[in-house]
Design a protein around this ligand. Structure first.
Ligand SMILES: [Zn+2]
Length: 421
C-alpha cells in the first residue's frame, strides 16, 4: 500500500511537524472575510491560531515555515459531485467493466488530480461497487494520500432506470430500504438516489423513476443513520417529488423552471448543478451518439436552469460530475466561472465550493477558523474578486501538510501511463 508515510517526498516537512504560514491574507469564517495575518499556525492537522501582521510571531524551532509573500489563503475546495473511479473516457461508464485494480489506481490518480487543483474534499455520488468506499476509508485513516471523500457506494435506481446497468436496482419501498442499509453497512457517508432518467444513459431524462413511497423509505432510513440523501433529478416533477420526500440535495436539475426553484428555495435544499459536465460533449469525440444528442439538447435549458436557480436564491454547492465523458477531475473552476456567467458574484461562486458546501461533507472542513481542519489552498490573486485566480494554486495543504505539487504531477503522469496501458 502506498502510504503517506512511505511517500515522504509527497509532502513537505515531517509527519506531525507544525506548519506556519506567514504574511498572507486569509478568507476566514463562513462569510469568507479578508484577514491579513503575520502568521497562521497549524498543528496536528488543525488550524491553531492567527497572529496579526507586525505582531509577535510565536514560532517554534521545529515549525515548518512558509512565507506566502502576500498571497491569499482560501479553504481547500469542495467538489460536491464526482465519480472517483471513472477516468473521464469518452465512453465513461465502460470503465466500470475494468478491473478493480485499474479502478483503484484511477481513484488514487483522481485523488492527486483533485489535490493538485486545490480540491481537498469531494462527494463521490455513485459507483458500480464499493471500490470508492474502500479508497475513502484508506484516506480517512491516513493510510493513503488524497482528499476527504464522502462516498455513496452504489446509487439506488429502479429496474431499467438511470444507471441501472451498474447501480443497486431496487423496486418497492422495502427493497429500497434494504439497498440503503447495504450502502451504510459498506461504509457509505451519503446516499444517492436516481429520481428521474438521465442524460448520460439511455432513456428519457424527464421520466419519473423512484416513486414517492420509495423515495420516502430511502430518506427515512438514511436520516435515521445520520446520512444525507442526494437525489439525481432533472425535471420539475422529479425535483419536487424528491424534495417532498425530504432529500438534502438535488443533483443537476437541468430542466428546472422558476416554479422548481421557488420550491427548492422554500425547502432550503441544496442544488448541485454540475452544468460544466456537458462542456466537452461534442460529436466526433468517441462519446456515444445518444449521450451527445441529449447533451446538446440539454445544454441551453441547463444554463437557463442555473440562471433561474441563482436568481431564486437557491442554496447552491458546486459540483462537476467529474469522471463522466471528457470531464476529468479538477475542472471545478470552470463550473464556478459558469455560475458567475449565470449571475453570481465571484465571492458567491467561491462560497459554493467552500463555506456553502461545508454542510454536505459534515460541516467541519470548508471554513477557515481555529479548531477546523487545515485543508487549505494558497493562490496569488484574490478569488473573491475573480474565481479564475483559483486555477493556479501556489500551495495546497491537506491535513496540515503541504503537498509537493511537483511530486503529484510526476506521480500522476506515471499512473496515466499505467492506466492507458
Ligand atoms: Zn453523477
Amino acid at each position: 500500500m502506498v502510504s503517506a508515510e512511505a511517500l515522504g517526498s509527497a509532502q513537505l516537512g515531517e509527519p506531525g511537524q507544525p506548519l506556519v504560514l506567514t504574511n498572507g491574507i486569509a478568507l476566514v469564517g463562513s462569510e469568507l472575510e479578508h484577514r491579513e495575518f503575520g502568521m497562521l499556525r497549524i498543528v496536528a492537522g488543525q488550524i491553531e491560531s492567527f497572529g496579526p501582521r507586525g505582531g509577535a510571531t510565536r514560532t517554534h524551532s521545529d515549525d515548518l515555515i512558509l512565507d506566502l509573500e502576500g498571497a491569499f489563503v482560501v479553504p481547500g475546495l469542495i467538489d460536491s459531485h464526482v465519480h472517483f473511479d471513472l477516468a473521464g473516457h469518452p465512453a465513461a461508464y465502460e470503465h466500470y467493466d475494468a478491473s478493480v485494480l485499474l479502478r483503484s489506481l484511477t481513484c488514487f490518480h483522481n485523488g492527486l488530480a483533485a489535490l493538485r487543483n486545490g480540491i481537498t474534499s469531494v462527494r463521490d455520488l455513485g459507483s458500480a461497487d464499493h471500490t470508492v468506499l474502500d479508497y475513502a476509508s484508506l484516506v480517512r485513516r491516513d493510510l493513503l494520500i488524497g482528499p476527504r471523500v464522502i462516498a455513496a457506494g452504489r446509487p439506488i435506481t429502479v429496474s431499467d432506470g438511470h444507471f441501472s446497468q451498474y447501480a443497486r436496482v431496487a423496486n418497492g419501498p422495502s427493497d429500497v430500504r434494504d439497498a440503503v442499509r447495504e450502502q451504510i453497512a459498506a461504509g457509505a457517508r451519503v446516499i444517492k438516489l436516481m429520481a428521474t432518467g438521465g442524460i448520460s444513459t439511455s432513456g428519457n431524462p424527464e421520466s419519473i423513476q423512484l416513486t414517492p413511497e420509495e423515495l420516502a423509505a430511502a430518506v427515512t432510513e438514511a436520516h435515521q443513520a445520520g446520512l444525507q440523501v442526494a437525489a439525481h433529478a432533472h425535471t420539475h416533477a422529479g425535483v419536487v417529488a424528491a424534495l417532498s420526500a425530504g432529500v438534502d440535495s438535488i443533483e443537476h436539475a437541468a430542466f428546472g423552471d422558476d416554479a422548481t426553484f421557488e420550491v427548492m428555495a422554500s425547502h432550503h435544499a441544496t442544488l448541485v448543478p454540475t452544468v460544466s459536465a456537458l462542456n466537452n460533449v461534442l460529436p466526433g469525440r468517441g462519446i456515444p451518439a445518444e449521450t451527445v444528442r441529449k447533451s446538446l439538447e440539454a445544454r441551453e435549458p441547463y444554463l437557463q436552469s442555473v440562471r433561474k436557480a441563482v436568481s431564486a436564491g437557491v442554496h447552491i454547492a458546486a459540483g462537476t460530475d467529474a469522471g463522466t465523458a471528457l470531464n476529468p477531475i479538477g475542472g471545478l473552476v470552470d463550473e464556478l466561472a459558469m455560475y458567475c456567467d449565470a449571475g453570481m458574484t465571484a465571492l458567491q461562486a467561491l462560497a459554493t465550493a467552500t463555506t456553502g458546501a461545508s454542510g454536505l461533507i459534515g460541516g467541519r472542513a470548508g471554513i477557515i477558523e481555529p479548531g477546523r481542519p487545515a485543508d487549505l489552498m494558497v493562490v496569488a490573486g484574490d478569488p473573491s474578486a475573480d474565481v479564475t485566480a483559483l486555477r493556479r494554486p501556489l500551495h495546497v495543504v491537506r491535513r496540515g501538510r503541504v503537498i509537493d505539487l511537483a511530486w503529484a504531477d510526476r506521480t500522476m503522469s506515471e499512473l496515466s501511463r499505467a492506466l492507458v496501458g
